[in-house]
Design a protein around this ligand. Structure first.
Ligand code: ZN
Ligand code: ZN
Length: 209
């Protein structure tokens, strides 16, 4: 018998992630890992999230192989029950028993779970991927957005709070505006900037020389 039979989607590496890909025939997993790891901004997965993603994919494949029918979100929840520190041991035992009852080889599946370090090695060594860092300008823009959102939220909460006190006669004030300014003071020279100014000029004046 030809050794390559039945393995049309042979993975290219022999690390644990590669072996799991072969075992469960997860043909698209490598592409997904690279995409999620190199995605820009908030969409990007951390290595821990990627490891959990691999493990949930493994669990889903094992449940598929056993012919288990599951509802939307059930695989995610089962994975959480198997791995989360907050789950009681009784609850975990029950989850494992349910899976065994459905002919899912739980022990084997758990042995196939990978760590974030394993995923990191697979991405960098086997797939030769490096994380694409947003350029400096993009990072400054992201920071600005984040702080602006925080300021807007502070304005909204303050406005709401003052209004409520005003209506409840705890406070007496006419029409009002809320101003939120976030300032940064350089402790080297004492200069003060608004966040926007500091980001625009790229640093404190005292560092210009
Ligand atoms: Zn690998
Ligand atoms: Zn300074």
């Amino acid at each position: 018998m030809n050794a390559t039979d039945n393995h049309p989607e042979k993975s290219t590496c022999n690390c644990k992630v590669g072996r799991v890909i072969d075992e469960y025939e997860l043909a698209t997993l490598n592409d997904e890992l690279v995409t999620y790891w190199t995605e820009e901004g908030e969409q990007r997965y951390s290595l821990r999230e990627l490891a959990a993603y691999v493990n949930r994919t493994v669990l889903r494949a094992a449940m598929d192989n056993a012919g288990v029918a599951y509802k939307d979100g059930e695989v995610e929840n089962t994975y959480r029950l198997l791995t989360d520190d907050d789950v009681s041991s009784g609850m975990r035992t029950e989850t494992r028993r349910d899976l065994e009852h459905d002919s899912v080889p739980v022990d084997q599946v758990e042995r196939h779970f990978v760590s974030h370090q394993t995923v990191h090695n697979h991405l960098t060594d086997c797939l030769d991927t490096s994380m694409v860092k947003p350029d400096d300008e993009q990072r400054a823009e992201n920071a600005r957005d984040k702080i602006r959102a925080l300021q807007n939220r502070t304005v909204a909460v303050t406005d709401d709070t003052i209004n409520r006190l005003n209506r409840g006669d705890v406070l007496d004030v006419g029409d009002f505006d809320v101003l939120v300014d976030v300032s940064i003071i350089c402790s080297d020279c004492g200069n003060q900037y608004t966040v926007t100014n500091l980001l625009d000029r790229g640093g404190c004046e005292c560092g210009d020389k």
